[in-house]
Design a protein around this ligand. Structure first.
Ligand SMILES: Cc1cc2nc3c(=O)[nH]c(=O)nc-3n(C[C@H](O)[C@H](O)[C@H](O)COP(=O)(O)OP(=O)(O)OC[C@H]3O[C@@H](n4cnc5c(N)ncnc54)[C@H](O)[C@@H]3O)c2cc1C
Length: 442
């Protein structure tokens, strides 16, 4: 039985991944108009019809919706109840006025946009990921609070579609990723005209006749940023307030449902998966959790919720992707590591497509085990996949070197980065001696 109080498909389909990627795709088309010169195609300012961009976004949602529809699930034998669910006791849930007992429950209630404690925010009619994709008119001057992946994706997409965008960040933009790589993304987005102000403090904000004014402290100065619209993308809050977790003996920690390594809550009949557990809040993580729960609940197989092989991608242009340990994390946990790099400018396909910004960076243990990889550049989200497979299989860097990669593909960057592991091998006295010895045999 599936209990769903909102739209089938959850955040990802309706207010998250799908609409954001569709908007980004439209923005890429607009950007291509402006950047044809180097290919011999005259640049032109695109004529953006934002109502039609909105229709494009919603038609993409509609195209994918049947996969997550009530009809499809009912066709598979699932009883679907469209109502809010809440626990009545440790083994009973109430929804739509009925009570249901079950042997196992899975809480997959996701997360919602968090409202940071900013003076004046309450009085503003601000946008979140739940409302921004409903706009049929381009926000002319958009202020975004939060320079995480959602904030930066939305900033670049809106700027490319014609908005004037300012991003306000209390800490560092894209702060969960390696600064060596995020600097490439930020430079690009700034060059496209987005103002990104980091380490700022918002001291107040108000609605004015022409829009919204936000007062900030930035680099020891006070400034007022004016916009027509405000988008808040400053973190997520687990959806658990209405679940009556107390009566079911389900504990929470750090504003999320507490789970063990097998995804069980403190009530042994109840699992929790996805965003509501905090941690990595991505669709593929929720899907991975679901697979583990099925194995454990149906087949009683032991499962372990691992994170070391889970990639994440920020769909800016250039893309930013990561899996495993960052260089900083690897230095904390390992005494001896090697950092391997390869720039996209030394990749023939990247040159042909004039998409040469970025690099692959891999971190390898003293014995050659792959600890982590980060990529900034074209198709980084696709290129990170083999690193995830290698880490999941506890593979050594030799695996990446031994693959034969089609030429000319962007994927060559991965192998070339891996090959630098052996860069100083020919100069090692031992290797020189072996080569000299072998020469004697003709
Ligand atoms: C703008 C944006 C872009 C994103 N882009 C990406 C991306 O590119 N890639 C990626 O991997 N992730 C992305 N994410 C994150 C991704 O959307 C989430 O990680 C994912 O949706 C989490 O899945 P979930 O099943 O945990 O929760 P959800 O998909 O949020 O589903 C939870 C469901 O539970 C329902 N619900 C809540 N409480 C109750 C209740 N009491 N009773 C009944 N039903 C209830 C809700 O209505 C909702 O439908 C993005 C998120 C946002 C906001």
């Amino acid at each position: 039985m599936l209990i769903e109080k909102g739209e089938m498909g959850g955040d990802c389909l309706n207010y998250g991944c799908v609409p954001s990627k569709a908007l980004i795709a439209a923005a890429k088309h607009a950007h291509a108009f402006r950047t044809g010169e180097a290919f011999g195609i005259a640049s032109a300012e695109p004529k953006v019809d934002f109502a039609k961009v909105h229709d494009h976004v919603h038609s993409v949602i509609a195209a994918i919706a049947p996969h997550d529809s009530q009809e499809r699930f009912e066709g598979m034998g699932v009883k679907v109840i469209r109502a809010e669910g809440r626990f009545v006791d440790g083994q009973t849930v109430e929804a739509a006025g009925e009570r249901f007992r079950a042997r196992r429950f899975v809480i997959a209630t996701g997360s919602s946009p968090a409202a940071p404690p900013i003076p004046g925010l309450d009085s503003i009619d601000y946008l979140t990921n739940e409302t921004v994709f409903n706009k049929t008119e381009l926000p002319r001057r958009l202020i975004i609070i939060g320079a995480g992946p959602i904030g930066m994706e939305m900033a670049q997409a809106h700027a490319r579609l014609g908005s004037q965008v300012t991003v306000l960040e209390a800490f560092d933009p894209l702060g969960k990723d390696d600064p060596e790589l995020t600097s490439v993304v930020l430079e690009h987005i700034r060059r496209e005209g987005v103002e990104i102000l980091s380490r700022i403090k918002i001291t107040g904000m108000r609605q004015t006749a022409s829009g919204i004014s936000v007062d900030i402290e930035f680099e020891d100065e006070t400034r007022t940023i004016k916009g027509t619209h405000l988008l808040v993308a400053a973190g997520r809050r687990a959806n658990m307030a209405s679940l009556n977790l107390d009566v079911a003996g389900i504990e929470t920690e750090r504003n999320a449902i507490k789970i063990d390594t097998g995804l069980k809550t403190t009530n042994r009949h109840v699992y929790a998966v996805g965003d509501v557990t905090g941690g990595l809040q991505f669709t593929h993580v929720a899907g991975y959790h679901a697979g583990l729960v099925i194995r454990n609940a149906l087949f009683r197989l032991p499962v372990r919720n691992e994170t070391k092989h889970i990639p994440w991608v920020t769909y800016t242009d250039p893309e930013l992707a990561h899996v495993g340990l960052t260089e900083a994390q690897a230095r904390e946990s390992h005494t001896d590591i090697q950092v391997l790099r390869w720039p996209f400018k030394d990749n023939d396909r990247a040159q042909a497509e004039r998409r040469t910004s970025g690099l692959v960076k891999a971190v390898v243990s003293a014995k050659g085990h792959i600890l982590g990889a980060s990529i900034v550049g074209p198709c980084a989200g696709e290129l990170i996949q083999p690193w995830g497979i290698a880490i999941a299989g506890n593979q050594k860097i030799k695996t990446m070197i031994d693959q034969v990669v089609a030429y000319p593909t962007l994927g060559e960057v991965n192998r070339r980065a891996a090959m630098t592991y052996y860069a100083d091998l020919p100069s090692k006295p031992m290797v020189k001696a072996v080569i000299r010895l072998l020469k004697m045999f003709g």
